[in-house]
Design a binder for this molecule. Structure first.
Ligand code: PSV
Ligand code: MN
Length: 423
């Protein structure tokens, strides 16, 4: 664990430069204070499956010191949260991370200031103790026995979540088909809908179900929850507690994700996010590393749509990262993702919405574009750093992580060949 005096010593050294960068904001920008407050409140959940090195089907190159247990994963997220005070939740994937002693796990998380965000089910892999196979799908399967097994698993995941204090389950199905003719689309849709309905019926009254969609992979011809339209259809048919979850990497190339977000919010059916970035498909790269302007435009719609409905930015949607780190230290990568998300959020808060609406009403495309670009081209990093400082975090989490040789210490403690569960 990082000590508070290590954070404050580090901050003391960085403070003069930080104050210089912050000065123009505090002098001239009337909106700075509310933005800082909103940034302090905004928490982004860390996925339990992204604390180890990720890989592809071509290989995996672990960096060492990976967490060997759920307890060590919680310690890693606790470390991130101590460094940035913005990663105050963990999202668990079952059965990769089954809490065998939920009370102890809950206590451990609380000791790091962490809550449990959405729990995730896994019917896209076969487990060694599993009776029936998901090779040809789970909730869509032609065999009612397979569907029931997948339903039971999801209900068990909800039970684990209840014990930990989670309030939502994310269901991502790899169900679909690889070849034309393999699947009766209508039967697959109806089977998946009925199965989801059984899981929905087991939701506690204060829970939400997030239906995550994905265009392709692992199935390459059709995916049964393949786009936001099908997810919205399932969520609408299921009921008020079912919502669509947007994973940024799950669209076909060039999809207008910001428009999808706007419409889902308008329909009160946007439940949450899996942040990542990509150039080609579900690349699972660091948020904001490839298309930062798109991330800003998404946050622009989020802020606009949430404000239109009087929603609480920090608590009314599920904010989660879903990334994979093939060539980077996972903890460093996650720190970068959180910061990129905060930057996009702060820039979106800067947008002059009255002026933008006026420009739109006047069909002034140039002015509208200028208003958005003005916000997107503003360097808000001093505000994000100030929010961290006030929350007791590090002014520069990444630099402190490196200065304290944290990865080397983790390797010493856990070994260089440990493998964290996940993808
Ligand atoms: C599928 O690609 C996905 O985005 C889902 O959210 C899964 O739960 C997660 O990745 C598994 O890594
Ligand atoms: Mn995802």
């Amino acid at each position: 664990m990082i000590q508070t005096n290590q954070i404050s010593d580090h901050n003391d050294a960085l403070r003069p430069a930080h104050q210089r960068k912050l000065a123009p904001w505090t002098d001239a920008v009337e909106h700075a204070e509310p933005i800082i407050q909103k940034l302090i409140e905004f928490q982004i959940a860390i996925p339990s499956w992204a604390l180890g090195t990720g890989g592809t089907r071509f290989g995996r190159f672990p960096g060492g010191g990976e967490p060997r247990s759920l307890e060590e994963k919680i310690a890693d997220v606790g470390l991130l949260h101590a460094l940035n005070r913005s990663s105050g939740a963990i999202s668990l994937h079952i059965p990769w991370d089954i809490p065998t002693d939920p009370a102890a796990i809950r206590q451990l998380a609380a000791s790091h200031g962490l809550a449990f965000d959405a729990v995730n089910s896994n019917t896209f892999q076969d487990q060694s103790d599993q009776t029936l196979s998901y090779k040809f799908g789970s909730l869509q399967h032609v065999d009612a026995g397979v569907r029931q097994q997948a339903i039971d698993h999801n209900i068990e995941v909800i039970r684990h979540g209840v014990e930990l204090g989670s309030k939502s389950i994310t269901v991502w199905l790899s169900d679909g088909s690889c070849f034309p003719g393999q699947l009766n689309f209508r039967k697959a849709f109806n089977n998946a809908l009925n199965s989801l309905g059984e899981i929905y019926a087991a939701l506690p009254s204060d829970w939400k179900m997030f239906v995550e969609y994905k265009a392709y992979e692992p199935n390459f011809y059709s995916t049964t929850v393949g786009d936001w339209g099908s997810s919205l259809l399932y969520a609408s048919k299921l009921g008020d507690k079912a919502y669509t979850l947007v994973d940024l990497g799950h669209h076909l190339p060039n999809a207008n994700i910001e428009q999808i977000v706007a419409i889902l919010l308008n329909e009160q059916k946007l439940g949450g996010f899996h942040f990542n970035d990509s150039k080609y498909g579900d690349d699972d790269l660091t948020a904001g590393s490839i298309k930062p302007y798109q991330l800003f435009l998404i946050f622009n719609e989020l802020v606009d749509g949430m404000d239109a409905r009087g929603m609480n930015h920090a608590t009314d949607l599920g904010w989660m990262i879903d990334a994979s780190h093939n060539v980077k230290d996972p903890l460093e990568d996650l720190l970068q993702s959180v910061e990129a998300i905060q930057i996009a959020y702060a820039q979106a808060l800067l947008v002059d919405r009255l002026a933008l609406e006026e420009a739109r009403e006047a069909n002034d495309a140039v002015r509208a574009q200028e208003i958005l670009q003005d916000a997107a081209r503003t360097d808000v990093r001093p505000l994000v750093a100030e929010a961290r400082l006030r929350a007791g975090a590090s002014l520069n989490p990444l630099a402190l992580f490196r200065a304290q040789n944290i990865r080397q210490k983790l390797i010493q403690e856990r070994g260089s060949k440990t493998v964290a569960t996940g993808l």
